[in-house]
Design a protein around this ligand. Structure first.
Ligand code: BGC
Length: 760
């Protein structure tokens, strides 16, 4: 755990340069806008430890799968999130020396991520080896108002010298991936041009042939006037720049404004990219840094109105929740149904792929409550559009009759994960996709979604479950063999309680959905039945499975068992583990982990969380008390589910302890891996912890319920929820709970079990 960042309500602040933590800071201070983003690399270049990273949403490379023992059914490739061409560089040379913070004395270094404005700010004074002292103040953002534009304001003031200097202003597509199976470069040049004042490089990804056109234009200003200096243009393979030679005068500030435009062939025809880039660069430079910033900040102001959470009396918790909301919001804006939420967003390359079950199980509720309705809907439509690929994936694995297995990891609907115990066995992801449809409809009331999109997905998933489950003569029950549950520290187990539960729930829900659509929209129903060749016997089989499914349980303890044989393990608790043994996944052999009882992330408890209404308090308590002490929370997705259940059970201290762990996971580098990028999808879990955990929010029969409590460490907290056209603000303090209807028609909410009519 690290603690080098200053606590502040709206900002992340690093005071003093921390070369050893630089990669961590580069992740944490990342900026993005849903279409593109960058790690917080220094504009002027840095020869110290750094991981350079710029990313463009939806652009990936299918790296050939590399495994020891090839298993039939494996995908051919693993989708790599690609490090993309960069426009942020501003090389500074003063006399003969380059400005490089690893090579000079640095004072007053401050790096600030201003989350309110979405602005990355850095300032410092550097003394070069020849004694020249220069003050720098740099600001950068990726515009939320136009996802293809970014801007930098880079100010330099010589403090004790006048000298000749040069500025190198590149577009650089000659980039490498940290994560590459065969150490190759993934970008091939298509065209490049460099003229006085601007440069453009278009590069194509190998194999996938995405074209990304990246351009930069700049202006120089000093003493309130524009100047040009002496300009040289340079071209190299995958690279174009302008080098400006000029004179710096002691105590006279020079400002470099650099504008970046990034266009992808996913959004524009390839042949127009360069012209469009030119036009957008001109427009950006005409608007200027201040003008672009104003529109960008206005979008952020609106977003914060929708999604902010305030916590009074605990700055670390306040900073933590805002950081999580900020990163999630800048990763996914929901405007494009082809995009999704990568576990690292725009902050790193690790994990590859963009879509995991994380989206449905964790992120969807955040976007449902805090963004326009189409944002959450687009997350569902994304899966709907990939249904044919999920069916193909099913066929590849031997399933028939339109059974769909959605991929564990994907970019475009194809599976690109290749560890058999996960790719083939961690099939509970299918259940999360079905549950997301239910969750969306429960929240929005938009049942038409079932008619037009949802039912088709549900049928395909149910067909998969019906074929994946078999009847055991011995047990005279249905069973599901050879699976991996959410707890990836157990592989190839039989009857994972969570997977059995969500599978049968899907079968039941699909049955209800069929009845609903048949009644509501008979014509569409008939067309669908015809298209997918649905037969009535299928529902009869689903009902039989659901009524005769086997669920492992321990009747003596009154708990559901994670899987068959769980009680054969030596049942020890995490508190009895030595500190040196944590995290288990870095300290223990895999074999030892598999045999142990330790649980990576919520598994049985994930099921209890999803289907809470089915269980009484005593059952929830018994299961929580049994599993929480064995859970090591080595997935960032884990603590939030435990916070929510601990809150329900009144375990305030436990809930708060686990909340802090999720909220400050990256800021404090709890898992020692923030340098690879931030844990974007689990950030939604932090929001869930406050709203569903402490706030006790749930939707039941079309109404919002709250059952809040306040951690002892806080004075008050508040959040806003958008619900069916209304926006309500919930404020909880030690003395009272306030619910205020901010927009929309009067509505009823249920607070601590009592109905309350809210009016404006
Ligand atoms: C978790 C998975 C998750 C993945 C991506 C893994 O560590 O066990 O549940 O989908 O990370 O976040």
């Amino acid at each position: 755990m690290k603690n080098y960042l200053k606590h502040h309500e709206w900002q992340i602040i690093e005071e003093g340069l921390h070369p050893h933590e630089n990669r961590i800071s580069e992740s944490i201070f990342s900026i993005g806008n849903g279409r593109m983003g960058q790690r917080a690399n220094f504009e002027e270049g840095y020869s110290g430890d750094t991981h350079q990273g710029s990313y463009v949403a939806g652009v990936y490379y299918p790296d050939k799968t590399r495994v020891g023992w090839w298993k039939n059914g494996y995908p051919e490739y693993f989708a790599k999130v690609l490090n993309a061409p960069s426009w942020i560089g501003i090389g500074i040379k003063i006399g003969d020396l380059s400005l490089d913070l690893a090579q000079c004395t640095v004072e007053n270094f401050v790096r600030i991520l201003d989350m309110k404005q979405g602005l990355l700010h850095r300032s410092f004074t550097a003394t070069l080896k020849d004694g020249k002292k220069i003050k720098v103040d740099a600001q950068r953002f990726c515009s939320m108002a136009d996802g293809e534009v970014g801007a930098i304001r880079y100010s330099l003031t010589p403090l004790n010298f006048s000298s000749n200097a040069s500025f190198t202003l590149p577009v650089d597509a000659d980039v490498v991936n940290k994560d590459a199976n065969y150490d190759e470069k993934f970008w091939e040049e298509v065209n490049k041009e460099s003229q006085m004042g601007w440069a453009i490089v278009t590069a194509s990804t190998k194999k996938t042939f995405f074209h990304v056109c990246t351009g930069m234009e700049y202006n120089l200003e000093s003493e309130g006037k524009r100047f040009t200096g002496k300009v040289f243009t340079n071209l190299r393979e995958n690279y174009a720049d302008n080098v400006v030679e000029t004179e710096l005068k002691e105590n006279v500030e020079v400002i470099i404004y650099k504008y970046g435009v990034v266009l992808s062939s996913e959004n524009h025809p390839k042949e127009y990219l360069v012209n469009l880039c030119r036009a957008k660069l001109e427009e950006a430079s005409k608007k200027g840094f201040a003008g672009l910033l104003e529109s960008h900040v206005a979008v952020w102001a609106h977003k914060w109105e929708e999604c902010d959470i305030t916590i009074d009396g605990d700055i670390a918790a306040q900073q933590g929740i805002r950081f999580n909301i900020f990163q999630l919001t800048q990763t996914y804006t929901g405007e494009d149904e082809r995009l999704n939420i990568g576990p690292k967003g725009f902050t790193g390359e690790k994990y590859g792929g963009s879509t995991y079950w994380d989206t449905e199980a964790y992120c969807l509720p955040f976007f449902l409550s805090t963004a326009e309705p189409n944002v959450a809907r687009n997350l569902l439509v994304y899966r709907f559009k990939q249904l044919s690929k999920a069916i193909e994936n099913g066929i590849k694995l031997g399933f028939t009759r339109g059974a769909a297995l959605y991929p564990m990891v994907t970019m475009n609907g194809e599976e690109c994960h290749n560890e058999w115990e996960i790719t083939f066995e961690e099939i509970h992801r299918n259940g999360a996709i079905a549950h997301a449809i239910f969750d969306y409809i429960r929240y929005t009331g938009d049942k038409d979604y079932l008619v037009d999109f949802g039912l088709e997905v549900l049928i395909a998933i149910s067909r998969f479950w019906a074929q994946r489950i078999n009847f055991s003569d011995d047990k005279q029950k249905y069973v599901m063999l050879g699976v991996t549950g959410p707890n990836e520290y157990e592989n190839n187990v039989n009857n994972n309680w969570y997977t059995n539960t969500i599978a049968c729930w899907t079968l039941d829900y699909t049955g209800e959905a069929l009845d609903y659509v048949k009644k509501k929209s008979p014509a569409k129903y008939s067309a669908l039945v015809e298209r997918v060749q649905f037969a009535d016997e299928e529902t009869a089989k689903w009902k039989d499975i659901s009524s005769r499914m086997y669920y492992p349980e321990d009747k003596t303890r009154g708990v559901f068992l994670q899987q068959d044989g769980f009680l054969d393990k030596e049942l020890i608790q995490t508190k009895d583990l030595r500190k040196e043994d944590r995290p288990l996944n870095q300290k223990w052999s895999w074999d030892r982990i598999l045999r142990s009882c330790f649980i990576k992330q919520a598994d049985v408890l994930q099921g209890i969380y999803f289907f809470e209404d089915r269980y009484d308090r005593a059952t929830i308590k018994r299961n929580f008390d049994f599993y929480e002490p064995m859970t090591v929370h080595e997935s960032s997705l884990s603590p939030c589910v435990h916070v929510i259940l601990a809150s329900r059970l009144g375990y305030k201290e436990k809930a708060y302890e686990l909340y802090l762990r999720t909220a400050r996971l990256d800021l404090d580098d709890y898992n020692n891996d923030t340098e690879d990028g931030c844990h974007i999808t689990s950030m939604a879990g932090t929001w869930l912890s406050v709203v569903q955990g402490f706030g006790g929010m749930a939707v039941k029969e079309g109404k919002l319920h709250f059952n809040p409590f306040i951690p002892d460490q806080w004075k008050s907290y508040s959040f806003r929820i958008a619900f069916r056209g209304q926006v309500i603000k919930v404020k909880v303090s030690k003395e009272k709970i306030e619910t205020i209807l901010e927009t929309g028609e009067p509505m009823e909410v249920v607070i601590d079990g009592k109905n309350l009519l809210l009016k404006q």
